[in-house]
Each structure stands twice: as C-alpha cells, then as structure tokens.
Design a protein around this ligand. Structure first.
Ligand code: PEP
Length: 256
C-alpha cells in the first residue's frame, strides 16, 4: 500500500504573516490526520515560520521549491540542502516545469539536484511532464522516459524508491485545464512501468506518483480514484487552506 501524498506548491505567493494564518486554519479543518502525508511547500522566506507552526502536527511535512546542487560556496542567491535540513525541511521540488522553462534547468541539472537531495536525506519530488506541442506530436511517452532516465541516472534503487514523481503535463499547470483521469492514469501507468525497467518492479510498486495540473476540490476525488495516482501536487488551489484541506480529504476518501 502506498501512502497518499498531497503537496501544496505555493510558488512565489504567501508572506510570513499569511503563512502564520494559513497553517492553524488548515489544521483546524483536517485535525492532523496522519493517514495522508501533507507537504507544505512555501517560499524560502516562510519556511522558518511554517516549521515553527507545524510543531507537533505529524501529518504536516515541510518542502522547499528548489535547492542548489552545490553544498556551499560562491553561488549568490542559492540555498543548499543542508540549509533546508536545518529548518526541518523533508521534501524538495526538483525540475518543476517553471524552473525548466523560465530558469533553464535541464535534465542534467535536475539529476545533479536529485543526487544532492538524497545525499542530504531530503526526499526529492521529481516533476516531469510534456508540453502541449509534445502531446499533439505523439511524444508523451518519449518525453517522460527521457526525463525519468536522465533525471534518475546514477541513483540506487533505494534512492529511486524514496523519490516521489510528480506527473505534471505542462499544458495543465495553472491553466484550469486538468488532464482527464484516464489521461493521467495512462501516463502514471507508463511511468510506473518505466521505473520498473530503470530499477526493478518492486521499487516501481512502492514509489509514489503524484498528479499535478489544475487539481481542485471538484476533480481531486476522481483523479485520486485512479489506481496509479498516489497523490497530488497542487498549485493555485492550495493557496486557500480550506480548499487544500478539502483536497486532502477527497484524496484520502478516494483511496478508502
Ligand atoms: C504546480 O505548480 O505544480 C501546479 C500543479 O499548479 P496548478 O495546480 O495551479 O495547476
């Protein structure tokens, strides 16, 4: 049984004050339900406050939106894995499509970050997904396979198993247009089968694959009802703590 994992990617939103009001509201709605892993991924500036407020809430984990592949040194503006660990960060997004498209991250950069994250015992959430042009061109499988093979290169089986994969079709991110449950399930099944080839079938069975792309309260249950969808990476709809709590509840209910 794979534990459901729901993550909130706040992107460049939410001040420290807004973070301080979000977390108690969210916890009041969910009551620290430990059957689901909930990961809050605020901007760096809100991590200390979020860490303090999460306190003893066992269901809530902290994630970062990005990290450097380097350990330390002259890398102005960057943040290392050890710095994140110091703030009790457990997860880190790697290769989000916005970082690939707007900040020039390649599969090689992503691979270096995955190695650095595992070395620091941070669990990476590796984001992969095709653009609309790639989907229309019949390249979904080829793109996902390349991003997986190059992204995960050199990791051992245990590290692969502890990586979370987020399938995020680029055309569905922030557009209001989600993949249909059938489209998402097809991609997730492909990803799981490819992980079985890269590592071994037992690793693929245990690895968690999230869907991301316009997940909201109204579609979370149906998406999470698919057998290979183990969670969701939520952008826009995670900015409202009540909506995000409803998504977490819908995800849990879909797996019962
Ligand atoms: C994301 O940024 O990872 C995302 C899925 O965004 P949204 O839910 O807004 O589409």
């Amino acid at each position: 049984m794979r534990k459901v994992i729901i993550a909130a990617n706040w992107k460049m939103n939410m001040t420290v004050a807004e973070t301080a009001s979000y977390i108690p509201t969210f916890l009041a709605e969910t009551g620290d339900d430990t059957e689901v892993d909930v990961v809050l991924i605020p901007p760096f500036t809100s991590l200390p406050k979020a860490s303090e407020l999460i306190g003893e809430a066992y269901s809530l984990k902290l994630g970062a939106q990005n990290m450097s592949a380097q350990k330390s040194g002259a890398f102005t503006g960057e943040v290392s894995a050890a710095m994140l660990r110091e703030l009790f960060v457990r997860y880190v997004l790697v290769g989000h499509s916005e970082r690939r498209q707007l900040f020039g991250e390649t599969d090689q950069t992503v691979n270096a970050k995955l190695h650095a994250a595992h070395e620091a015992t941070l669990k990476p959430i590796l984001c992969i997904g095709e653009t609309l042009a790639e989907r229309d061109g019949g390249q979904v499988e080829a793109v996902l396979m390349r991003q997986l093979r190059e992204g995960l290169a050199g990791l051992d089986h245990k590290q692969i198993q502890e990586t979370v994969i987020a399938y995020e079709p680029v055309w569905a991110i922030g557009t209001g247009r989600n993949a249909t449950p059938a489209q998402a399930q097809e991609a997730h099944a492909l990803i799981r089968s490819e992980i079985g080839q890269i590592a071994e079938p037992a690793v693929a069975e245990r690895l968690r694959i999230q869907y991301g792309g316009s997940v909201k309260v109204s579609n979370a249950g149906e998406l999470l009802g698919q057998p290979d969808i183990d969670g969701a990476l939520v952008g826009g709809a995670s900015l409202d703590p009540r909506d995000f709590a409803e998504i977490a509840k819908a995800a849990k209910a879909a797996k019962e």
